[in-house]
Every structure is written in C-alpha cells, then in structure tokens.
Design a protein around this ligand. Structure first.
Ligand code: SF4
Length: 600
C-alpha cells in the first residue's frame, strides 16, 4: 500500500490486549485517512446507544498518506470518537511531530477500545507496543507528562500525545496535547481518553513511509517547499502567527466581541499579532517539515510565564475580545492555563463568555457560582474559572459541561453560541455569510476548520480547478451556499490527508504529491468526489447518532444583525444558503440525507 504503512495497532484496554491489524485498503482508497478513514471504520461500530464516556466508545488516532514524508506541513494526526460534549461525530486534529513519529514507529493509526482498570500509558517503539502503569503520572500536567515519558523511554526524540487534569476528570471540554502545547482540542476527546484511564501514547521509530514514485514525490515536494519561501500569507504567518489576522478581522467585523454581541470596539486592536510579536514572542515554533513556522512561544512577565505555547488567533478571540479582555499578557496566561490542564480554548472561552452574559443579565448570581462575580473584562476571574473547570470543582463542574448545557440550565437556550452543542469559533458568520453554511453543516458542530470561507473570500486564488474562487463575503445566494459546500468538501479532504490548512500549494501540486505517494492516478475532480464522500459518511453517521435535517441551523444569537463594524446589518439567509449547499452535495431536499454512492 504505497503511502501507507498498511497497519493499525488495536488496543483493548479491558483485557490489556494489543495486536496488529491490516489497514483496510478499500477503505483507505475511498476515504483517504485521518477523520475520513476513521469515519468509515467507525460507521460500522458507533450507534445511538454508544456511551461517549463508556468503554465501548472507540477512540481512533489516524494519520494520512502524506504524513511523515518530505511533504511540508504533513505532520498532523486526527483523533475521532463519539463526542461526549456534543453526542455526535467527534473529531479533532493536531500538528507537531506525533503523527509522523507514529508512522515511523510502524503504524498508520491506533484504535483503542475498553477501559483500563488502573491508569496506564501506551508506548509504541519500532513496531513494538506495550502498556505501562501510569502511577503518579496521573495528575501531571501535559508538559510534565511529555517530559517524563521521554525520560522513561530514555530517548529525547519520543513524541507524546497525552491528556491533562481536564481529560482525567472527564471535563467535556478536554483535548489531547502533543509536542509541547499543540492540541487535538475540539469535541472533548480528551475526556474520552480519560474515561479509558489512558494518560498518554508515546511513539518513537525510524521506519519510512513507502512511496509509489519516490523521485517524482521528492521533486514535487521540493517545488511546494520553494513556494512557501516567497508566499505572502506564509511570510505573514511566520512573522505574526495566526494572531496577525486580528486587526483585519476586527476591521471586517469577523472578530467576535462581548460574546458575539458587539461588531466593533477600539481596544480590540490591542490584541494584535504585531504587538504580540514585538513585545512577547520568544521564538517561532514549527511542525514537521514546515517552513512557515506559524507557532508562537511567548512570555507574560506579569504572570511569570516564560515559555507559553500560543496564543493563536482563536485564543486571542476566545479568551480576549469575546470576554472583553484586551490585555495580551492576560490572554497569554489564560491560554497557558488551558494548555497546562489540557482544555479546548475555544470551548472554554465561549462557555465563560456565556457565564459573563448570564451574570450581566441577572440570570446567574453569586448563589449559583459559589460567590464568584463573573464579569466581562475580569481576567483574574477567568483564570479562576479555568482552574475550577479543569478540576470540576464548584461552579467549574457546571462549566465543564459546556456552553449549551449552561444555557439550558439557565433556561435560555437561545443564548447558546453553539451548533449541535459545539462552541462557535472566532469567525463571525455575519462577516462571511458562507461561514453560516460551514457552521450549520460541519459534521462536528460549529467548526472553522471544515470550510474557511474567510480565507477564500479574502482572496485565496489557486483552487479554480475545483471550482473554488473568491467572492463577495456578504453574498447571500444559492451560489454562495454551493461554494461553501465545495470548500467544506475540500477541507474535509485536507483533514483526511491530515495536512495543515495553511499549506495551500494549489490543486495541481497537491494532486501530483498524492499520486506520486499512492499511485492512485487521480484527476482534479476526483479530489472533490473524495471530499464530498467524506462529508457524506460523517453526515450519515450523525443521522445514525440522532441528528436530522432540523439540526442544520445557526444559533439565534448569531442571526441578529450587529449594529456596528464591518458586518453591521448583515445576517445569513439560512434557507437560501443551505438550499445551495444541499444541491451541491446532492442531498435529498426533504430529509437532508446524502444520496450519492458512498462505497459502503
Ligand atoms: S503553518 Fe503552523 S500549524 Fe501549519 S504546519 Fe506550519 S507550524 Fe504547523
């Protein structure tokens, strides 16, 4: 199987049993890898009775066919399971080096079921896997865990994916960390890992990924690499990180402020990536073979933090402007706390944002919060709430259930900022109306990584061969719905190749790399067919788990026009946009069910 190791590691924690299983070649050919391939496997296993925190929920770590090769930025891995936060399809992915190391150790992925009697960790070294007692590793933060497992295996090149306190406590906002502070953050999959008593997976190997045409592959990946030395978005990401977008985002009305209720607020410009780079950046960090190096390592002297991973754009929004905190040092520190405990920053910020709003409206009082006054702009309280959530203590146990649960508890579900119970990220669907389609239809709930209309409509222009071209960001038409659907298919393909979405070499170079790696002989339109098939199986999975067409919606809060800023007065026309998307995906307009050939 060119492009694949052809092997999965199966782990049954109930019986402490480990064995190798051949990768299903037909599945890989039709669903590629990462979350697409995981969805194909788990479609046969998950159903409405699967308890997300029960031993029966399978937790799948999967890479894609380019991971660990000379392809720049091909260093990601996906984690998939039924989400404890949303109850539907859960997926998250992360960069760094863990994905490549898993392949060098001999495996395309690891499929874990059951629950260990006592906390354990899993080592995978040169094709040999073993379970170890976690002992006092249980309770360690994500940094200490990674360091200790490198020491335990006596090799500084060991790569570790692990949970922090939040995952151990089955906080539904818990993610899985790797390579210092990179995260498979979304949909609460750290809680699934915690429910299995699995603290960490440590991988190390020296194997190679078999390629169909190694010379050709090397030539095309060199060509792609050269692109990024000149490319303007890549240079901007290198200089200012993803937070380099903050000022433009603010100007366009894309940056959520005061829990999605304010379109513009001058102090938001204090959160700029340029300021971050000038005052607090200690160095750039990069994933496997990446020359962009968008990662930030920062410091916040006020809080005595010296080596913080981030903040990214999403952190600056979710723990900054959304909560009316306009001090970069406070944002850095809040992000660091989420990292230490292993929590999804977007979900944490949006859940605290709702708590601020409820407190403001008198729907939450100190009697509910254990005496805490929860106000916008109060960084110290945010730090406290993050700690309480990770520990599931006091009012933190309420926040640990997420934004939708908090809104329901307060009797105001209309104030929830979630789609299918996943907290909305830091891109306003009123700023780019195509994002309304992405959020409403994303298989894991509101997600900006399953269709970045903000990138396309800002001018990304090398995807014409798959009929993706920039357009008017406030276009409210059937055609905009179609475009958003195509982009969702494209990004689902990316998430299945497990590629970084900041690497956009264009259709031809990417196609050449896939074909040289796998020998599949694909044409450009095949990429879109694969992407749509991947969206479709995740949608069918969600229908199996209880969703219907009625779940294709946006929260009421985001359908009210903002009064000020670059998005003032705009709201997405959901029926029109979704009609376009349904037509593009070929879904039944009545039931919303996918009708195409799924190769099941
Ligand atoms: S651009 Fe950033 S996230 Fe993407 S591979 Fe490079 S360092 Fe990692």
């Amino acid at each position: 199987m060119n492009g694949y190791l052809g092997k999965l590691l199966r782990v049954d924690l109930n019986q402490s049993r480990l064995w190798d299983e051949a990768l299903n070649e037909d599945y890989a050919r039709n669903y590629v890898g990462g979350s697409g391939l995981a969805a194909r496997y788990l479609y046969n296993i998950l159903d409405a009775n699967t308890d997300p925190l029960g031993p029966e929920n399978p937790l799948f770590f999967l890479t894609g066919p380019l991971v660990g090769t000379s392809m720049t930025s091909a260093g990601r891995y996906s984690v998939c399971a039924r989400s404890p936060l949303t109850g539907i399809w859960g997926e998250a992915n992360s960069g760094g080096f863990f994905g490549p190391e898993l392949r060098y150790a001999g495996y395309d992925g690891v499929l874990i079921t059951g629950k260990a009697e006592q906390p354990v960790w899993l080592s995978i070294v040169e094709g040999q896997a073993a379970l170890h007692t976690a002992g006092d590793l249980w309770g360690s933060d994500i940094y200490a865990t990674q360091t200790r497992l490198r020491e335990a295996l006596g090799d500084p090149k060991v790569r570790v994916a692990c949970i922090g306190l939040a995952g151990e406590n089955m906080v539904k906002l818990a993610g899985i960390a790797n390579d210092h502070g990179r995260f498979s953050a979304r949909t609460g999959l750290g809680a699934v890992m915690g429910s299995k008593n699995l603290k960490a997976i440590a991988a190390r190997g020296t194997g190679k990924v078999p390629l169909y045409a190694p010379e050709e592959f090397r030539a095309v990946t060199n060509q792609i690499l050269a692109l990024y030395k000149e490319d303007f978005p890549a240079q901007s990401l290198r200089a200012y990180g993803t937070a380099g977008y903050v000022n433009l985002s603010h100007m366009l009305g894309d940056l959520p402020i005061r829990y999605f209720q304010l379109g513009e607020y001058a102090p938001a410009d204090n959160l700029s990536g340029v300021d971050l780079a000038e005052k607090y950046l200690t160095r750039n960090t990069a994933c496997h073979k990446c020359v962009i190096a968008c990662g930030r390592e920062t410091r916040s002297p006020t809080y005595n933090d010296s080596k913080v991973d981030g903040p990214e754009y999403e952190t600056v929004g979710a723990l900054g402007s959304l909560l009316m905190i306009f001090d970069l040092e406070a944002v850095i520190h809040a992000g660091h706390l989420c990292n230490l405990y292993g929590m999804d920053i977007i979900s944490m910020g949006v859940t605290i944002g709702l708590a601020c709003e409820l407190f403001e409206r008198g729907l939450l009082t100190t009697a509910d919060t254990g005496g805490l006054e929860i106000r916008y702009g109060d960084a110290e309280t945010v730090f406290r709430l993050i700690e309480l959530t990770a520990r599931c203590e006091g009012f933190g146990a309420v926040l640990a259930e997420g934004n939708a649960a908090l809104a329901e508890r307060a009797g105001v579900p209309e104030l929830s900022a979630t789609v299918n119970r996943l907290e909305v990220p830091m891109h306003e669907p009123r700023a780019y109306l195509g994002m309304a389609v992405t959020y409403a239809l994303s298989p894991r709930g509101a997600c900006h990584m399953e269709g970045d209309m903000f990138s396309l409509d800002l001018g990304q222009s090398n995807l014409e061969e798959v009929s993706l071209e920039p357009g008017d960001r406030h276009d409210n038409t059937i055609e905009k719905g179609r475009t958003a659907a195509r982009l969702q298919a494209w990004r689902n393909l990316y998430n299945s190749l497990t590629l970084c979405q900041f690497e956009n070499p264009g259709v031809r170079p990417l196609l050449a790399a896939i074909n040289a790696a796998t020998g599949w002989g694909l044409e450009a339109e095949d990429l879109m067919t694969l992407g749509k098939r991947i969206v479709n199986i995740k949608r069918l999975m969600n229908f199996k788990l209880g969703l219907t067409k009625a779940n294709d919606r946006l929260p009421d809060l985001l359908l009210k026009p903002l009064k000020e800023g670059g998005s003032a007065g705009y709201v997405p026309d959901i029926p029109t946009l979704l009609a376009g998307a349904y037509a593009e995906f070929g879904w039944d307009p009545e039931s919303g069910r996918p009708l195409g050939d799924l190769h099941l």
